[in-house]
Write a protein that binds this ligand. Structure first.
Ligand code: COA
Length: 330
């Protein structure tokens, strides 16, 4: 059976570090509250003038270099993001232009924290069916420009960061590759983690009323997100193992979406695995939504936590609610 391999990965984060102490200056919060609730110590936020396509571009160049592919080789681009530079079109179109790619297909996936696994799963289908030979997938976000940076928005603002990660997908020529992917959604919960405006639900225009009510800021029902996440993560990880005929003992590393250290710890406990098997870099970057899994994957590779032949499971949970997993033999 044809398998899809990850031929190269790359990530890029903006250089500006925002510590919890920096946030203490901007809202009524504390380093202690943030670390205790989330494990986050700092995050990266872009400086003025930098947007999501800039981050996506940098991560893409690194992934292409790692995979030793050039612009001519790529025949599809998929970008996961909820923070595109413009309301439309998507970041994928900007990336197609900036990377000087052929007039290939390019589209965005708006599956929030699950978008990178959604993109991986879509790319996997195109490779296995032989329709494409080299696909660029990206997760990139600039969330800092959308947050309510005040005491009113503190529950969300302290959790989120900016960043990007990318991967090149190609046909595998050995036993390595994606073993299975699993995508889920429970739309009944959309209002538990969402940004209402601008949107077509009412008049699309950003009226003063909408702005005054803060409907252009992301909102979250943190407890409901937490409650669902700690159930869905283990469930979808197990689903990927069952589909591949594997057990947790076969898994070398689980890379969960970096939502919150407490969520990862609860997931590890439910699965009965130690935190040494669960990758975490949330203390450095916070939650970077679609970018979090590819950044974590890159760092796990850099830190030599993944070796040839290892089984790696990626898992996500986020707005939608969406959740997803991918089992990969490295
Ligand atoms: N700093 C200080 N205090 C804060 C705060 C902040 N940044 N944010 C909220 N608070 C306050 C609240 O106002 C509340 O105060 P009150 O008791 O006076 O009303 C208090 O802290 C407790 O808030 P609560 O919401 O009950 O805290 P919690 O223990 O549920 O933790 C989260 C809040 C957001 C950290 C937690 O619900 C969580 O981790 N949820 C999942 C979030 C997530 O991962 N989202 C992304 C998924 S992709």
């Amino acid at each position: 059976m044809i398998k899809t391999k990850i031929a190269g990965v790359g990530y890029y984060v903006p250089e500006q570090v925002i510590t919890n102490q920096d946030l203490e200056q901007q809202m009524d919060t504390s380093n202690e509250w943030i670390v205790k609730r989330s494990g986050i110590e700092e995050r990266r936020w872009v400086r003025d003038g930098i947007c999501t396509s800039d981050l996506a571009f940098e991560a893409s160049k690194k992934a292409m270099k790692a995979a030793k592919v050039s612009s001519e080789d790529i025949d599809l681009v998929i970008v996961g993001t909820i923070t595109s530079d413009y309301f439309f079109p998507g970041v994928s179109a900007q990336l197609q232009d900036r990377l000087n790619l052929h007039h290939i297909g390019a589209f965005d996936v708006k599956a929030a924290c699950s978008a990178f696994i959604y993109a991986l799963s879509i790319g996997d289908q195109f490779i296995r069916t032989g329709v494409c030979s080299t696909i660029l997938i990206v997760g990139a976000e600039v969330q800092s420009k959308f947050l309510n940076i005040s005491t009113e928005g503190r529950d969300m603002t302290v959790l989120f960061g900016d960043g990007s990660g990318a991967a090149i997908l190609q046909k595998s020529d050995d036993e390595s590759g994606i073993l299975s992917t699993h995508l889920h959604c429970q739309g009944a919960n959309i209002k538990d983690l969402w940004m209402e405006a601008p949107g077509s639900a009412e008049n699309c225009q950003m009226t003063n009323i909408k702005l005054e009510e803060g409907r252009h800021f992301p909102l979250m029902n943190g407890r409901e997100v937490f409650r669902n996440a700690i159930v869905r993560f283990p469930e979808v990880i197990q689903e990927s193992l069952d589909a591949s005929g594997l057990t947790l003992d076969d898994v070398n590393l689980i890379i969960p979406h970096q939502a919150n250290l407490r969520i990862s710890q609860a997931v590890a406990k439910r699965l009965g695995v130690g935190m040494d098997k669960v990758f975490s870099n949330i203390h450095k970057y916070g939650n970077t939504t679609a970018a979090s899994i590819p950044i974590a994957l890159c760092e796990a590779v850099e830190e030599k936590k993944i070796s040839k032949g290892d089984v790696v499971v990626l898992a996500s949970f986020g707005a939608g609610f969406t959740w997803a997993s991918a089992a990969i033999r490295w």
